[in-house]
Design a protein around this ligand. Sequence first.
Ligand code: GLC
Length: 425
Amino acid sequence: MSSARLERMREAVRGLYDRNRQRGRAEWCARDYDFVCPSIGTYPFQWFWDSCFHAVVLSRLDPERARGEIRSLLANAQPDGFVAHVTFWQREKYEDMLAAYAIAYRTPYLSDCIQPPLLAEAVQAAARGEGGPAFLAEVLPAVRRYYDWLDRVRDPDHDGLVATLQPDESGLDHAPKYDAYLGITGLAAEDFTAGWERVAGPYAEVGREPERMFGLDLFVVEDVLVNAIYAENVRVLGELLAAAGDAAGAEQMRRRARRTTTALVDKCYDRDAGLFFDLAGADEETLRTNSISSLMPLVLPDLPAPIAASLVDHLEDPREYSAPFPVPSVAMNVPSFSAAPIGKLVWRGPTWINTNWYLSRGLRRHGRPDLAGSIEDRSARLVEEHGFREYYDPLTGEGAGAHDFSWSAVVLDMLARGEEQAGQE
Ligand code: GLC
């Protein structure tokens, strides 16, 4: 039986997802679209990882809408498997907004970047219940092509870790872990735009051809958050392929997922710090900023127990991550940490609900349901008291950034999972 709190949240999310629903027909590709945008005021288009979180949330409200969200996300997948990080379905309606974005385009309607690859988890959620097997059969070929593309095109040194080619590909656009690597010293929006352009300019000159972009070695990051999500999703893709009767495909994905997890542990885990760090450039230099990425491998079920325990120690440390409203996106004792937003810069300290969704699941997997429950409860309180905001001050809980921000609704999935688990205990 679900609690009154869960029911109230469900109703609030239903209202939000009706307000942020974008439906219509796009003449540029002669297709209908139906998706939830991140926020009408700032992000009215379809973003890749946002949409995956939205599908997880929709699977709790209306599985058919969750499937529609995935269909729209995959509608413009390229023949080689690539899926854009933004699809500008209705760009004509918001032409003025585009001037404020620093985005690389593949076509006027598709961006030319990736985002954290949680497509398999989104598909798994959307395939729950009646009609699930038919939906899986419909989308699995494109999902498989996407992960094969990441493996083939985005892992040029074949170590099992996929690489990002510009900061926004990690979804963590202005994270301080990139400052020194990008030559950013100031905190004005222009400093970040200039840092981005130093990379995007030369990429344009080589025609944005991945091999040549890697060759320039301007921004090549084996990002821990991206690879933790990648490993988990390739593992989940293995489960989906097994469910669809493709035993060989399932085994191949299990092997790939294990390889990525092993590479994360062997190459990104720093035993002295007890944290994971990104690797930058062809020489794989460590980007030693203690940030939310450093903790993300906790989501991997096969992470060795002593490593999981050390990540939990950091999460519980009041100097680092144990804030009144956890989990801050940068450890609080890092000099670049800022609890309050700095202009429109993102990921420099505030708490985000989507990373809490991952960390709380990781904590349940690694035997800490108590800490998971506390993160779930405080995430829900943030939304209940301050609304669906883009991010929150970890010290005061105050909301900031976009209003009516859709992925913060993933707290519904956190509450529902919490109740499911409590029911099993
Ligand atoms: C910001 C975030 C990115 C997100 C996008 C849309 O750019 O950094 O992760 O996908 O907004 O919400």
